[in-house]
Design a protein around this ligand. Structure first.
Ligand SMILES: Cc1cc2nc3c(=O)[nH]c(=O)nc-3n(C[C@H](O)[C@H](O)[C@H](O)COP(=O)(O)OP(=O)(O)OC[C@H]3O[C@@H](n4cnc5c(N)ncnc54)[C@H](O)[C@@H]3O)c2cc1C
Length: 406
């Protein structure tokens, strides 16, 4: 029976020939073999928090929600084996009970781990890579229905799999590098743009996690449910967030922070489904210039650019399609309301950040061309070679991915 799927914000929707909900790896194998014999395309859905058409398929759609849970941990090596359908928010408590925690997290924790890893989902801080960099082993059902096990003894396959946007096959089980559990203290300040930028690199260096939202207009903050201190203006100011570790034996009362809690309770914030976003990654050393250039541009584009600009950083990693492949990055995002005509604005942002050698977030709006892929991702060809080896007919490609990766 056909199935119509729509993503979280509602800017992507399509009808697949059928929806299949395997409850274990054998169910995935059976489904993929059946699709192969019928020449069907296959994609996997997760929680639909990507803004790009990377879940879309005209064939079989798989929902792996039932392949879920923290299966085992090794407290010595600090590795956790999880089902690929596990949501990030389902890992905090069980890992904490075992003395462990995720190394870093982004602004929300609704995503399934395979969805987050497939797109290079990240938090902030140059001491950490994205979720993808924590993937150390995976079981992947490939186009023949065979299970490919990738791990550190097959580094090329692992680096291809770490950010693969579902193109190598269906991930069923994943082993993640985690860390000792930790508490975080959150500090929030409201500061002028110049105050923040004059010490931008020091803040990146000194804090475990540092990031900010810059507001181009008075209307900006409330679009992301951010409160401005009473009596202060929003325009050209920054909502700055830093998270730093707080030792277990330090009482909360001794900390000058707004909140202190288990790490996984500190990272997340509340978003309403009122925006979709473009997020690009520029080399760390070009970051401050890129932020300044984008601020100037956004001021000239008011009121279409009223959503905040978000700025974060991510540490370098080895995944071939990672935005941090081989370099630390500054991450810059801008947003708009679905349904508004702001594509010219986004194309201009794409051009502006392209001048800074920007790479893209695979789950967020972008205009990357195949030529740019080869220019900006040194291992693009190696990724495509492996993709072709395991999926020569392009079973796991779709209309969005084929022009870039066929
Ligand atoms: C409100 C909001 C906040 C966000 N915050 C951040 C943030 O802080 N940092 C950041 O980097 N991004 C952020 N994002 C983007 C988001 O993390 C990514 O788009 C992520 O991929 C979404 O995860 P998902 O579980 O919804 O996956 P989906 O969007 O449903 O799927 C993502 C991709 O993974 C593939 N996939 C899923 N499961 C499997 C599997 N088992 N095997 C193979 N392929 C699979 C899908 O086919 C698809 O290609 C945010 C998005 C929103 C809407």
């Amino acid at each position: 029976m056909s199935y119509t799927w729509t993503n979280w914000v509602g800017n992507q929707s399509f009808t697949a020939q059928e929806l299949v909900k395997p409850v274990d790896e054998q169910g995935v194998i059976d489904a993929v073999k059946r699709a192969a014999s019928a020449d069907q395309h296959v994609r996997v859905l997760a929680t639909g928090h990507s803004f790009t058409p990377i879940v879309q398929t005209d064939g079989m759609l798989l929902d792996l929600a039932a392949i879920n849970g923290v299966y085992s941990v090794d407290t010595a090596t600090k590795r956790a084996v999880v089902g690929s359908g596990t949501q990030i928010k389902q890992m905090g408590d069980p890992l904490w009970e075992l003395g462990l925690g995720l190394r870093n997290q982004g602004d929300i924790d609704d995503q399934r781990i395979a969805g987050a890893i497939s797109t290079g989902t990240h938090g902030s801080g140059t001491r950490f890579g994205s979720f993808s960099s924590t993937l150390k082993r995976a079981r992947i059902v490939t186009a023949t229905g065979d299970v490919l096990e990738v791990n550190e003894s097959t580094p090329d396959l692992l680096y291809a799999a770490q950010v693969s946007v579902g193109m190598l096959g269906v991930m069923t089980e994943m082993e993640l590098q985690v860390t000792d559990r930790y508490r975080l203290g959150e500090a929030i300040t409201h500061e002028s743009f110049e105050d923040v930028m004059s010490t931008f690199y020091e803040r990146v260096e000194q804090n475990r996690n540092f990031g900010f939202f810059w507001f181009p207009s008075e209307a900006s903050a409330e679009l992301y449910n951010i409160e401005i201190p009473a009596g202060q203006q929003a325009t050209d100011t920054c909502h700055v967030k830093t998270f730093n570790e707080v030792a277990d034996d330090v009482p909360d009362s001794a900390i000058e922070h707004h909140r202190v809690d288990r790490s996984y309770k500190i990272y997340v914030m509340e978003y309403s489904p009122n925006f979709h976003e473009l997020e690009y990654f520029v080399p760390l050393e070009k970051g401050a210039d890129a932020i300044r250039a984008l601020r100037e541009f956004m001021f000239t584009q008011l009121p279409i650019s009223i959503f905040p600009m978000e700025v974060r950083t991510v540490g370098k990693e080895e995944g071939w399609l990672s935005s941090q492949y081989g370099r630390d990055t500054v991450v810059i995002s801008v947003s708009g309301q679905p349904g508004t005509e702001y594509w010219d604005y986004l194309r201009s942002v794409d051009k502006l950040l392209g001048e800074f050698d920007a790479r893209v977030h695979w789950g967020k709006l972008h205009f990357l061309t195949r030529d740019q892929l080869f220019d900006r991702y040194p291992k693009a060809q190696e990724f495509i070679d492996i993709r072709r080896q395991y999926d020569p007919k392009g079973m796991f490609l779709n209309d969005h991915l084929r022009p870039l990766f066929s």
